[in-house]
Design a protein around this ligand. Structure first.
Ligand SMILES: [Zn+2]
Length: 552
């Protein structure tokens, strides 16, 4: 998700190395966004989360037992839990631990030895009224809602904002637990649907019920979810690349009939994305769509859905081409994140393009599966009207910063442009599947993705990534025709940018490849002085005829 939120932070044009707090960011941003000394020495392996939710007064309480592997010995541990929540105690090996608070981070003094390789558990008990989301899913937290029948409907959405908005953990994208229990206690009248599979339902003496969900595969912490309301349930299966995948659907009870029709799209989505990206990444945990009181979120193995069972994005076609009205944006986009964002997760919020550029591109791919290659291309090209070019897509590292919203449409157009450079659809599909299999269940840096794509394409794409991800300039092909001789060059580009591009000379001419650089190149072929030059719109590039002729 994260479609429209623009953080009010100052973004620097250059990449800043982690640990030093960049200008415009705070000490708290560094604690949150970097692999600091309280974090780097331990690796989360299991979160055993237990939370009781009281919708009557918007409060929660519970604990997380954090099991971790010691990478190198240390006695000081950082655990994140955001204000206004309070930690009641922290325990290890039966001993109560001392801790102090630095805004949203707690620093714990460990008593037991932490030898390299040891597996230890620390339990963090907490309570309070978590931040209520102001504009979910973009400005997140807990969502205290009522459905249209007036019944309580509670959910969480906290991408960017952080999982520590409602539960204690290492709130850092690069460290995912190998598995997680999510035990949510709600009033008896409500059903909770979280990630993974339901292991048990326990009715408690105090009029509450505990739903024990278990995620058997690595999960990024912002995906951990509560959805509690008056749900109906129906299920299905999908015969996929890794066998039978269970599909479970949880609409509000009064939406059951509508959901049974609309949620059929999940199957054609899975078929398309498995073909292009490889197997769905969570066969153990299954695939779920859960109706939510917000537009939607890519919650792993339990996609939150709030698109009102309509095609398009909240009733609109974001591409303006008509193709986007033929399918349900939230089913397609949020599910695409199971591959791009959940299977392959950016280590730093600054690289959210790895989630959103590919998810946007996946919308075009779904259109292609459904309505053909031309339709898919038109969808991506049509979406370009939404590009702002306000600032770079990649934000400063180490401070939990997010780059330009261009990570969606411009990022998708960048990938579509790279597909043109690869110029071989089967090879392109192998590259996308290769990214998924190579970085299966991993967190990654931008460099890993970029280098892999260059290697597999057999093309040095480094300047292409540099241009589209790290500047806000659009490559512009400048040309002139002098005595029937065409000259061209790239302007508004990073030094050394030499992307080949397809152009046509004249309204009916077909496209042919040229290889411009930042220097003027004189074409060997002759064209008429009044020839209208066109750039293939599959490339995200501009065209400009200069007023003056180039120097001889
Ligand atoms: Zn998204």
């Amino acid at each position: 998700m994260r479609r429209t939120l623009v953080l009010g932070c100052l973004v620097l044009p250059t990449v800043v190395v982690a640990q030093r707090t960049p200008k415009g960011f705070t000490h708290a941003d560094t604690l949150r966004g970097s692999n600091g000394p309280g974090r780097a020495w331990w690796d989360a392996s299991f979160y055993d989360l237990h939370v009781a939710v009281n919708p009557a007064d918007s409060s929660i309480y519970g604990y997380n037992a954090i099991t971790y592997r010691v990478i190198k010995p240390s006695a000081r541990m950082q655990i994140d839990l955001q204000v206004p929540l309070e930690v009641d105690s922290m325990m290890q090996d039966g001993q109560r631990l001392e801790f102090n608070r630095d805004s949203n981070a707690f620093f714990v003094a460990l008593k037991a030895a932490q030898p390299t390789g040891a597996r230890k558990t620390i339990s963090v008990y907490y309570h309070g009224k978590p931040t209520a989301a102001k504009r979910p899913p973009w400005d997140g937290g807990f969502i205290w809602q009522r459905d249209s029948l007036g019944d309580r409907w509670v959910a969480t959405a906290n991408e960017g904002f952080g999982a520590s908005a409602w539960w204690p953990n290492k709130d850092y994208l690069a460290d995912e637990p190998d598995s997680q229990r999510i035990a949510i206690t709600m009033p008896d009248s409500m059903t909770d649907v979280s990630n993974g599979r339901l292991r048990s339902t326990t009715h408690n003496a105090d009029g509450t019920t505990t739903y024990e969900w278990f995620v058997a595969e690595p999960i990024n912490n912002y995906n951990v979810e509560v959805n509690a309301g008056h749900y109906a349930h129906f299920s299905d299966t999908f015969d996929g690349e890794k066998g039978k995948l269970t599909l479970d659907f949880w609409p509000l009870a009064y939406h059951l009939d509508t959901a049974k029709v609309q949620f059929q799209q999940a199957k054609s989505m899975l078929e398309c994305f498995e073909h292009w990206f490889g197997p769905y990444p969570w066969y153990k945990d299954g695939y779920k769509l859960i109706e939510a009181p917000h537009l939607g979120m890519e919650h792993q193995s339990g996609v939150a859905y709030g698109n009102h069972f309509k095609n398009g994005y909240a009733g609109h076609d974001l591409s303006g081409t008509g193709w986007g009205m033929k399918w349900d944006f939230i089913i397609v986009h949020e599910s695409a994140h199971e591959w791009w964002g959940n299977n392959i997760t950016a280590k730093d919020q600054a690289d959210m393009w790895i989630h959103e550029s590919f998810a946007n591109y996946a919308e075009g791919i779904y259109t292609e599966c459904r309505d053909g290659k031309q339709a898919g291309a038109e969808y991506i090209i049509g979406s370009r009207t939404r590009i702002q070019n306000d600032r770079p897509i990649i934000a400063p590292y180490g401070v939990n910063a997010e780059g330009s919203g261009d990570m969606y449409y411009k990022g998708g157009s960048m990938l579509h442009t790279i597909r043109q450079l690869v110029n071989d659809d089967e090879k392109w599909r192998r590259m996308l599947r290769g990214l998924q299999s190579t970085f299966w269940h991993q967190t990654v840096t931008a460099a890993q993705i970029e280098n892999y794509m260059s290697r597999q394409a057999g093309i040095d794409l480094s300047k292409v990534f540099q241009q589209y991800l790290r500047t806000n300039k659009v490559p512009t092909l400048e040309y002139t025709i002098d005595h029937d001789r065409l000259s061209y060059r790239w302007v508004d580009v990073v030094p050394g940018f030499a992307m080949p591009v397809r152009v046509a000379f004249g309204p009916d001419a077909s496209y042919e490849w040229i290889k411009p650089t930042t220097q003027w190149t004189k074409a060997t072929r002759r064209v008429g002085n009044d020839t209208a030059v066109r750039v293939d719109p599959n490339f995200y590039a501009l065209l400009r005829a200069p007023a003056a002729t180039p120097g001889k």
